[in-house]
Design a protein around this ligand. Sequence first.
Ligand code: 9MR
Length: 376
Amino acid sequence: MKYKIVTRSRVGLPVLILGIGCFIGSSCSNTRQQSSDTNTSVKGLKYYYRDYFTMGVAVSPWALKTDEAGLIVDQFNGLTPENAMKMGPIHPMENQYYWKDADSIIAFAKRHNMKVRGHALVWHQQTPDWLFKDAEGKQVSKEVLLQRIKDHITTVVQRYKGSIYAWDVVNEAISDDPKEVYRQSKFYQICGDEFITKAFEWAHAADPDAVLFYNDYNEINPVKRAKIIAMIKQLQSAGVPIHAVGLQAHWAINEPTEAQLDQTFKDFIELKLPLQITELDISVYSKEHNARDKKVPADADTAYTTEKEDLQTKQYGMCFKLFRKYKDHLTGVTFWNISDRHSWLDDFPVRNRKDHPLLFNRNLRPKKPYTAVIDF
Ligand code: 9MR
């Protein structure tokens, strides 16, 4: 489908852009509205998917002060703080919280009538130094750690009660090692799996209206998926307030296959819980799971070639075809980062290798994969 998007120039005159070619290159004049006006006539992702699910994006407070803000307002109706609400950034010292960044994201969402997902209450990464240590620097007991987790969850969730509709309560607690169930994190080593149950109970007590998620990656892997599902079933049968499942969806041009993704949805649906795609990006490189330095000549080839563009277009098209197929179970899709200007994948798995995983290029123009997402 050749499609039309009507944007407004800075002086308010509607400008018609015809066909996709104009979006992809940087040769078109930049007429995209960059103000924070929500009464825009741009038909963004949230417009095309208005009968399907929320379209969200992970953001930093800084991005909301750049020209990316206009793009966000045009295209999305949901926000996730990429880092600002994680334990380390928001709770750097035991008796000190740092609210400024998280608050600014909430304020932006309110100004533009967007929903906010909270991310993440308990995660093994980006934990503050003080969390696991006592005054002498020795590892704390289970009792102390659980009390600290409780205080953290209660304070953060209560502060944003009414402003955040959903929380990633526990993030990535399942191991990638097929021989292990739970990740051997400090949380697990000190508390066993009790920290998971307790985290959901405390989050629910702090805000009984918030939708509480378990969130994890590599959910398309059948072995890991089975472990995630078994853990959630166990929590459900113990009456733990877990309300939804987040499938992170850090994918690539070569995975998942359509059959694999279809099976992933079929399996998760058996839990009878709402699902969300919480951290979507599609790397233009073949999937690798472990961090490494550049080593082969191909690692230096970071151009966004027509071949990569075509493969990424096909993959985005396939994923969204299945997202629409499972729309009765899917309540949101969130992209992890805004445009190819910056993504965490620029540094992972290969350090300092530029990736192009998103729907908008560095000039904030929709890429060819964007057309595959809205063409239905
Ligand atoms: O995108 C986030 C990046 O800026 C941080 O440096 C990183 C810290 O480990 O976390 C990234 O986000 C992660 C998310 O919070 C949980 N799932 C995996 C994401 C990518 O690593």
